[in-house]
Design a protein around this ligand. Structure first.
Ligand code: ATR
Length: 275
């Protein structure tokens, strides 16, 4: 029987996941289909019951359900539990099991450019949900040193206090991080600054950035934020958020099917959808 998968969120119309996963199912000749499902928060509980009853094989979870979904699942992967958010669910033997592939997806993309990342002094800009997924995945991968700079420094300190992995971490204000920028080998931008409608804004002053640094911005629309453009102009190697999106999807696909998909194919597919 055809298996079915989905992504649940609100809004959901612009999700690129259905086209990306359906292309993979077709390419690997799997009898499966992936649907976008517009689920509002007040309907989440009923929706999960319905998905269970329909025998869904697995699903992705996006805004605003990544945290609230956890109450409806039977088991949580330890990393998802530490992050406090789930973006991928497997339905196996009647159980819904939650995972988070956002941070591990980011890490896979980072390894393509920074194979020595675990020895890097890393600066993460932002301390929201995306930052937490990335920082905990980095910490789980035994990165030696992580600094988190955030407008609200207490939020960065809390993220560190809640981290179950034993890594050298500290919290800074954005200004303090800007004044010590030459200390960092790798800068990861996780805030929404630079997205429409705030395309001209930048989260951090890059004046003291070294030239041999690697800079990653998790935004991919626009393809190059003002922040990434400035880093590139100053000589940094840069990466936008496309790889994180592709790899979080690839790792979800692998959890569901045990097949690691062709990430180059996925990237081309997403680039086509972005136009
Ligand atoms: P997400 O889940 O996408 O990471 P979030 O949890 O709302 O979203 O986190 C947004 C991040 O962007 C936070 O680090 C936030 O800083 P605060 O914790 O101080 O709010 C940061 N951010 C958003 N708008 C900002 C702005 N105008 N200047 C600086 N930081 C900003």
């Amino acid at each position: 029987m055809e298996k079915f998968y989905a992504v649940i969120g609100d809004p959901i119309a612009h999700s690129m996941s259905p086209v990306m996963h359906n292309d993979l199912f077709q390419y690997y000749e799997m009898d499966a289909h992936y649907l976008p499902l517009h689920i509002q928060s007040e309907n989440l509980s009923d929706a999960i019951k319905g998905l269970r009853a329909c025998g869904i094989a697995g699903f992705n979870v996006t805004v605003p359900h990544k945290e609230t979904i956890m109450a409806y699942l039977d088991e949580l992967d330890p990393l998802a539990e530490a992050i406090g958010a789930v973006n991928t669910v497997i339905h196996r033997d009647g159980k819904l099991i939650g995972y988070n592939t956002d941070g591990t997806g980011f890490l896979q993309g980072l390894k393509n450019h920074q194979p020595q990342f675990s020895e890097n002094k890393i600066l993460v800009v932002g301390a929201g949900g995306a930052a937490k997924a990335i920082v905990y995945a980095l910490a789980q991968a035994s990165v030696s040193h992580i600094t988190i700079a955030n407008r609200t420094v207490n939020r960065a300190a809390q993220l560190i206090a809640d981290c179950p992995y034993d890594v050298d971490m500290r919290a800074l204000t954005l200004d303090d991080a800007a004044h010590k920028l030459d200390e960092y080998d790798c800068i990861i931008q996780t805030t929404s600054i630079g997205m429409s409608p705030r395309m001209d804004e930048k989260p951090l002053n890059l004046n003291l950035m070294r030239e041999d640094v690697f800079v990653s911005d998790i935004i991919y629309n626009p393809f190059e934020t003002a922040f990434l453009a400035e880093a590139k102009a100053k000589g940094a190697r840069v990466q936008n958020g496309l790889e994180m999106f592709v790899y979080q999807g690839a790792l979800a696909f692998e959890l569901w099917t045990s097949q690691m998909p062709d990430t180059e194919r996925m990237r081309r597919n997403v680039e086509q959808q972005l136009g």
